[in-house]
Design a protein around this ligand. Sequence first.
Ligand SMILES: *Cc1c(COP(=O)(O)O)cnc(C)c1O
Length: 437
Amino acid sequence: MKFASTRNQNTEVSFEHAVFQGLAPDGGLYHPVEHADLSELFQAFDAATPFTEIASRITSALFPGEIPPADAQRIAESAFPFSPGLIDIEDSISLLELYHGPSCAFKDFGASYLATVMEYFLKGKSRRAVILTATSGDTGSAVAQAFYGREQIDVVILYPSGRVSPSQEKQLTTLGGNIHALEIEGSFDDCQRMVKEAFTDPVLQKELPLTSANSINLGRLIPQSFYYVYAYARMRERLEGKLYFTVPSGNFGNLTAGAFAWRWGLPVDRFIAATNLNDVVPEYLQTGVFKPRASLHTYANAMDVGNPSNFERLQALFRDGHGEMDRMVRGLAVDDGEILSTMKRFHDDKEIFLCPHSATGILASERFLKEQGTEPGHVISLGTAHPAKFSEVSRKACGEEPPMPSRLAESLKKEKKADVLGNTLEELSGYLRSKLV
Ligand SMILES: *Cc1c(COP(=O)(O)O)cnc(C)c1O
């Protein structure tokens, strides 16, 4: 499979090139030129197929010229010492638990695969990579954990001061070594803009081998398609009627990855894009007008995105524009009060703790099924973070905090190390030049 910019289909690049380039030189996002047909492969998986086998078979099917099967298997086994869980939480709703990795959020899948693939491509070469990434919390913690100690790679993480949860901040600021944390005086959108500006600055590009680990990087997006296939393989025998996936969304990388899997032949009937009050995509689906705006602060803070970076990819995926996207994606927005009451309801009725993002998804799933009336169908709703990552919100919603996994508790004990920076490209360039050139 080859890739081209969403803004210019004429220059094709390899997977390796797209991974190290991050953003295309014209400011667009790399996107498959042609989609592979993997439907036969998908049907060959069943409920007993391990996640690593699905990851390795899809990798070698997508990149036969770049990653031979034996290497794909090694990459999958090294990237994924953890796998998704799938539990039934209502009659027609399952929760796909994507938070059993090191940073307790789904982003571990993308970050770990990206780190492994980058190290694979760099091995034996004299090149190095400097990864620049903006985070609203979970990307930074996943990327920090995934890249810590990797050879030939430095990581610079920009996060908005005071806007990430204490445990997220600890996970991304306490490792040190090749992981550099920058506390930015501004919003997540500022951090994202600074990173985009750095990537399109020709002088900086010459000085440093910059690349991104945001969901704009294909190396993070591709592996996120694997768990949609895995969930389907686990459910297939039991499925009656239609199959839906609900994706709690901010930058829409996760949903884009699901839509890739669908394009490659996964039989999905519809995606539900669940957002918090930052609802520019649900609004677009309803009105046909895309109106990015400043992000609002909500309890589901990893989805506080006012200008979703992967929207451009969604538009490239749904080629006839709004019509096809609307047929394949239903957008539903949930407010802060509804997030808390959903968390409380599941805690009180079923003793299930949900993080605010996963709760957003579950409530959207329930609403969607209601809209479908008696039409039989099953929703797989993505559980995007471990509830203990957002224990303050749990306390508020449920009156108690979820048990904390030991890997989270450990990072809370360590000391924060971050440099504070203003929100301009000049300040970021100055930092990069002084530390990494
Ligand atoms: C990043 C994140 C999201 C949003 O994912 P996108 O790919 O940006 O849409 C949702 N929930 C959690 C917990 C996250 O960390």
